[in-house]
Structure formats: structure tokens, C-alpha cells
Design a protein. Structure first.
Length: 614
């Protein structure tokens, strides 16, 4: 059974009962724990090491050889001390000399290991830095349709967990693998050279040890991964519960949430107990196998000493070599597991890096000059998914400086139109031009830098009010920031706050009212001074006074620039120069408020419905 199915099969019965809950907190594709070894991918992963390996690898290899030679010489010197210095010659001088040499060898071994770790850490950290930067740079360029299909958490996991899981491989894994291989080969040669019978006898236990080490570790690793998955569900639930605490309390769902949490919590504990029990089995099993090896060694060794084939010193040296032999075998098993995890992580990372942004600059694209603001949709058809048109042949003409209100039922295509102006998606058919230039022929940077977007969910970052307004143009002076705030009538409420412009606002501006947040985002947009403004108006109802304030601010904001407003408030719609009524991806009515009211069509129906609702 693959690890993935194993995990999927371990869904908790309590959770299953609650429809959809078991799926609620996990990103399916992030469940993959390991992948078969893929040589091509392995090479690609290690190409990240190439720029640094040239300078540092020779040094690392030198330290590795030095460390291995010194390590393998010590047992030989021990046998010399027993056989020659003690048994044969009884020479204290020789014993001192050998002891001094062993100490010196240990010192060299320690220094070689310290430098080797230092150099490998340098390579490891540089590789991880490059990989993380590549990934981050790339995901920033990916188009909207990529994010449409992916939950933000899944992207986050790539940049954090998956990159971190490679860290160990690059810093220790690879070099340890080389050292272990060199050491193993060295020990096998020495054992067979010293006494092939004893050597072969000891090696009988090797396959058993290797099997235990690899298989058991794999089972333990999966068990811990199950623990991690369960814990990440707990964390996601915790996160959702905190974020949605107001809704939970408003609907008195605290107990229900507690029940969910309890099932998850119990389940996490159960999986932890299981993983921990397996972990505890590992040490004794390895020790028992090692013990069997030692038994064979001493049993056969005693026989060979009696028959005069080997000396006591040689048997002691042999036992030392065998002691050094289990460590690399054990680590190779560990390394194998680490490699499989790294394969899964690197596959997910490369899947992202290979994803091409669907909206890019065309070869030879030129920057668009300062935008005047004449925007034209010419028979625009757009499909998010093939065969399902969200816009069906839109023809629309916006004059420079005009404000256009987009109205229509939910799902009629309003947000789609505003996404297309900034070229967040490429249209399926037709053409969108700005000042007569097809927006696909100009650079994205030059286009988007002249378009300002104010979204419904105004994003307030943690920081001061001043920082939040300045986000519109980072090089704006304090005076410019305040002028923008004054222009949209936000200055008064800001100065009434305890720290004025320096008041720290919590993340997402939770201490600010909806209207205040909106005014701040207007000030931010005004400071950016875009040539085209796109505004997704907030739907929440606010008091009449704030509404008036927002309308006044909006007038300032819209002055001298073309704008598209997804309008929900009657006051905004009424003031727009042009109103476009959308229905199922088509423009059904166009004109100003009075013309459309007279027409007695969809628009007048929508407005009347709004009044009825009020
Ligand atoms: N990312 C997407 N992937 C697939 N289909 C989408 C996507 N975004 C919107 N759609 C579909 O396109 C159509 C138009 O959606 P759009 O968001 O433009 O509507 P809207 O008029 O802005 O609605 P609302 O007023 O509810 O925001 C809808 O049928 C919607 O389901």
C-alpha cells in the first residue's frame, strides 16, 4: 500500500460522520510523503550545488578522507598496543608512543570533522537560499488562474515545509552518504584482509541489520508523518476557529467546534502514541542484531585464537572495526528514507518552478506610454474553464476620464471585466485596447503600474496608519501622505486617534471601522495616482454620514482618471458617467441612471429591489 493510501485510509471514524470534515483541513496533494527515486530529478536537485561545490567539494573530500583514515587507524594501533607493546615486548615506551599517536589521531579526526561540517553547512545553506529564492520569485510571477486552482496554504507549504525538508539532505545527508560509503568499503577491505573467515562471519548479520534499519525506519517515518498530518489539521482548525470566532459565537456553535476539536485531538494523541511505541522498538532491535554479530565474532574469534590463527589484539581491533561498521549501515538506511522524502518534496517544488505563468510579456513587448484612459472592449469572449464562457462578446467603449459602473446579478461577470483590464487573465477571443493599443502588446509592468485597484476587502497591514497609506507609493513624503488623507476626508478621524498618523493598526485593521478602512484605502490609491482606477465597492451597509463621506472621497479619487466600479450602492451608481448592466456574461443595458430607469429593464428592477430591501 502506498503511503498516500495508507494515510487516506486512516481517517478517523468520528470525523467521517461529519460530512466533508475529514477533507476540510487537508490539501490532498500535500499528503504525499515519499516518492520513488528519480535519477533525473535527483540530478536537477543537485545542480543547485554545482556553483558552490567547485570550490568547497575538494576541501570536503579532503576532510572526509582525513577523517576516515584517522578513524580506521585507531583500531589497528589498539591491536599493536595489546599484541606488541603489552603481550610481546612489555614496553611502556611503545605503549606511551601508541597512546600519544591515538590522541593525535583523535584530534585530527575532530578537526577534520569540524571543518567538514562547516563547509557542508555553507553549501547546504546556499543551496536552500537559492532554492527558496527561485521558488518565491517564481510564485510571484504566476498568474491568477494558477492561484484559482490552489489554496494559499498549499503554496505556503511548498515554500516552507518542502524546502526545509531538503535542508537536512543538503547539509548532512549527501556528505554523510559519501563518508559512510567510503568507511564501509574501507572496513570491509580491512576485515577481509586481516582475516577473511572472521570477516565473512561477521558480515552475515549485515543484510539483517540493513533490512531492519531501512524497513523499520520507513514504518516509523510514516507513523510520524501521520502525526504531522493530524497536527496540521488541528492547527488549521485552530486557525479557522480563531479567525471565525465571531461567527462561531454568533451562531452558538462553540460546542460543535469543541467536538470537532476533541475528535482531532484524541486522534492526534493516538497516532503519537503509536509512532512513539514504534520508535522505541528501533533501538533494542538494532542492539539485538549487533549483539548477534558480536556473539559470532567472539565465538569464532576465541576459536581462532585457540588455534593460533589470530592474536587477542587482532580480535580487539576486529571488534572495534565491527563497531564502526554498524553506524554507517544504520545511517545508510536513514539516508535512504531521507532521500525518498526529499524526492517527494523536490517533485512538488519543481512542479511549481516548472509552472509557466499563463500571462506573460510577449517577445518585443514595449512599455505603454502614460495612459490617457480610452479603453475599449472589442468582441471580448473569456472562459475561465474551456467551454464555459464567463463573458460572451463584450463590446464596451470608455472615454478618458469617464467612470463606468458595472452592475448586475451575482455571477454576471462584473469582477471578470475588471480582472481583464489589468490583464490578470488573457482573453479567449477579441481585443482589449487602451488608447488604441492592444494590452497584450505592452509590458505587464508598465500596464499594471498605471492601474490602481481598490478591492472590496480593503487590506490593512500591521504597521502605522501612515505606513498603510504610504503603501500606495513608497517614496511619498509625509506631507503627500497627509494631503492624500485630507483629500479623501480621512485626516480628521486619523488625527483623533491616540497616536494620529503613527497609530499602530493591528493586522487587517480590526480596530478600524469598515468606513475608516475604506477611506484609508482610498487615500492609498490616491497617493499612487493611477491613470485607471478599478474599484470593487464594499457591499456592507454603512451609516448615511459615512456614506456621504465615502461618496465625496470617491469623487476626489475618480477625478481626471478613467474608472471601473463594481457598484453596489445606489449613490455610487447614480453618480457614474456610464452604467453597464451585465447578465450572464453579456451587456444587456447601457446608459446613465435616468435613461436606464426609463427603459424599465433589468436595471430598474435591480434598483427597485434595492429599495424594497431597504
Ligand atoms: N476563478 C474562476 N474560475 C472559474 N470560474 C470563475 C472564476 N471566477 C469567476 N468564475 C465564474 O465566472 C462567472 C462570472 O463571475 P464574476 O466573478 O465575474 O461575477 P460577478 O458579477 O463579479 O459576481 P459577484 O457580484 O458575486 O462578485 C461566474 O459564473 C463564476 O462562477
Amino acid at each position: 500500500m502506498s503511503t498516500q493510501t495508507e494515510l487516506a485510509g486512516k481517517q478517523e471514524p468520528g470525523l467521517k460522520k461529519k460530512q466533508g470534515l475529514s477533507d476540510r483541513f487537508v490539501y490532498k496533494d500535500d499528503d504525499a510523503i515519499d516518492k520513488a527515486f528519480d535519477w533525473r530529478q535527483f540530478r536537477r536537485l543537485f545542480s543547485y550545488m554545482r556553483p558552490y561545490a567547485k570550490q568547497l567539494l575538494p576541501l570536503i573530500i579532503l576532510m572526509m578522507i582525513l577523517g576516515t583514515i584517522t578513524k580506521l587507524t585507531v583500531p589497528y594501533l589498539t591491536s599493536l598496543a595489546i599484541d606488541k607493546a603489552i603481550v610481546k615486548e612489555g614496553s611502556l615506551k611503545l605503549l606511551y608512543l601508541i597512546t600519544a599517536s591515538v590522541i593525535l589521531l583523535y584530534l585530527i579526526q575532530w578537526a577534520a570533522s569540524a571543518y567538514r561540517i562547516k563547509f557542508t553547512n555553507i553549501i547546504g545553506q546556499k543551496v536552500i537560499y537559492d532554492l527558496r529564492s527561485d521558488l518565491f520569485r517564481h510564485i510571484q510571477k504566476l498568474s491568477f488562474n494558477f492561484y484559482d486552482k490552489r489554496p494559499a496554504g498549499s503554496v505556503l507549504v511548498r515554500v516552507t515545509n518542502d524546502v526545509n525538508s531538503l535542508q537536512d539532505l543538503f547539509t548532512n545527508g549527501v556528505v554523510n552518504l559519501m563518508i559512510d560509503c567510503v568507511q564501509l568499503v574501507g572496513i570491509v577491505i580491512i576485515l577481509l584482509m586481516v582475516n577473511w573467515k572472521l570477516g565473512l562471519a561477521v558480515m552475515i548479520t549485515v543484510p539483517i541489520m540493513f533490512f531492519i534499519s531501512t524497513k523499520l525506519r520507513q514504518t516509523i517515518r510514516i507513523a510520524w508523518q501521520v502525526v504531522r498530518t493530524k497536527n496540521s489539521r488541528i492547527n488549521s482548525h485552530l486557525n479557522e476557529s480563531i479567525q471565525g470566532i465571531r461567527v462561531t459565537q454568533a451562531y452558538t456553535q462553540e460546542q460543535e467546534n469543541m467536538n470537532y476539536f476533541d475528535v482531532m485531538n484524541k486522534d492526534s494523541k493516538k497516532s503519537w502514541d503509536k509512532a512513539s511505541a514504534m520508535n522505541q522498538m528501533f533501538g533494542p532491535l538494532i542492539e539485538i542484531t549487533g549483539g548477534i554479530g558480536s556473539f559470532i565474532l567472539f565465538w569464532l574469534g576465541a576459536y581462532l585464537i585457540q588455534s593460533g590463527e589470530i592474536t587477542i589484539g587482532l580480535l580487539v581491533a576486529f571488534s572495534n572495526y565491527v563497531g564502526n561498521f554498524w553506524d554507517p549501515i544504520n545511517r545508510l538506511g536513514q539516508m535512504y528514507n531521507q532521500l525518498l522524502v526529499a524526492m517527494a518534496s523536490s517533485e512538488r517544488i519543481f512542479e511549481f518552478i516548472d509552472e509557466q505563468p499563463s500571462v506573460t510579456d510577449k517577445p518585443g513587448a514595449k512599455p505603454i506610454p502614460t495612459i490617457n484612459g480610452n479603453i475599449q472592449f472589442d468582441h471580448v469572449v473569456f472562459e475561465y474553464e474551456k467551454g464555459r464562457a464567463a463573458l460572451k462578446g463584450i463590446n464596451l467603449q470608455v472615454q478618458a476620464g469617464q467612470s463606468v459602473a458595472l452592475v448586475g446579478h451575482t455571477g454576471s461577470g462584473k469582477s471578470t471585466i475588471i480582472n481583464l483590464v489589468s490583464r490578470f487573465y488573457d482573453i479567449t477571443q477579441g481585443r482589449i485596447t487602451i488608447d488604441g493599443v492592444d494590452i497584450r502588446d505592452v509590458t505587464l509592468q508598465s500596464l499594471r503600474s498605471q492601474i490602481g485597484i481598490v478591492l472590496q476587502d480593503t487590506f490593512i497591514f500591521s504597521g502605522t496608519i501612515r505606513d498603510n497609506i504610504r503603501f500606495g507609493r513608497l517614496d511619498a513624503t509625509d506631507e503627500e501622505v497627509e494631503a492624500a488623507a485630507k483629500a479623501v476626508d480621512a485626516h480628521d478621524f486619523i488625527t483623533q486617534m491616540p497616536g494620529g498618523y503613527e497609530t499602530e493598526v493591528e493586522e487587517r485593521g480590526s480596530a478600524l471601522s469598515m468606513g475608516q478602512r475604506q477611506l484609508l484605502s482610498f487615500a492609498r490609491a490616491l497617493l499612487a495616482n493611477p491613470r485607471i482606477l478599478i474599484l470593487d465597492e464594499a457591499t456592507a451597509s454603512i451609516d448615511t454620514e459615512t456614506e456621504l463621506k465615502i461618496q465625496e472621497a470617491l469623487k476626489v479619487l475618480l477625478q481626471g482618471r478613467s474608472s471601473f466600479i463594481v457598484a453596489h450602492r445606489l449613490s455610487t451608481i447614480r453618480h457614474a458617467d456610464h452604467i453597464v448592466v451585465l447578465d450572464h456574461g453579456e451587456i444587456k443595458e447601457e446608459g446613465n441612471h435616468d435613461q436606464l430607469m426609463k427603459h424599465q429593464g433589468i436595471y430598474s428592477g435591480l434598483i427597485e429591489a434595492q429599495f424594497r430591501f431597504l
